[in-house]
Design a protein around this ligand. Sequence first.
Ligand SMILES: C[S@@+](CC[C@H](N)C(=O)[O-])C[C@H]1O[C@@H](n2cnc3c(N)ncnc32)[C@H](O)[C@@H]1O
Length: 207
Amino acid sequence: MVNQKLLELIREEPLAHMRILDVGCGSGALALKLAPLAGFVVGIDVAEGVIEEAKRKAEREGITNVAFCTCDALKCDYSAFAPDMVVAHFFMDDSVVVKSAEALEQGECLCFACIEEENLKEIGWRSRFAYSRRRMKKLLAENGFTVEHLLVEKEAVYFDSYEDALTYFIGYKRRWNPEKWERLLRYFKEGGRKITFSTLVGKGRLQ
Ligand SMILES: C[S@@+](CC[C@H](N)C(=O)[O-])C[C@H]1O[C@@H](n2cnc3c(N)ncnc32)[C@H](O)[C@@H]1O
């Protein structure tokens, strides 16, 4: 499911004539939601499999103002996609901000939702893709963005039993690093029943 606040921040912009670049688009959840509202959407992802899946979804849904491309968003030049806005949903790196600033014009936006540093704090796992509000604020400012929104969303999920927790998380097993998965299991086995998801949602406008 796409972060609701992020959608709200994106929808504040005059999308109808805009070209939006979705970096780390995965199988197109955000790009396909935005396409009916936008001029054109390009989704890029380094994983060929998810790009093929996104293309199939677009075809199934009859969405024609979208293109998906296998591409390394940490290395490629975003200007090649001529974006009027860059969006990122759970894909973030310093270079996303740097490259967005290089490709966007004054007044244009970067909108994102990413992992915040306190995500899953109960299991003591710090993702290398996580940002604190403070670090992101500095990164945006260093790259010429005015911060229009930058807030942390926290959601605590409670479980009645180990089995409940496992049922909830089993879908993550395939995608997670084995050590992270083991930490989660240990936490629940030892009686942990609460997990906090923490997301940083932001919008920067290039000065
Ligand atoms: C957590 S998923 C989010 C996918 C999608 N934005 C969504 O919300 O459904 C992170 C995505 O980033 C992609 N990714 C990782 N490294 C990348 C890179 N260097 N360039 C482009 N995409 C990358 C992964 O393949 C994955 O699809």
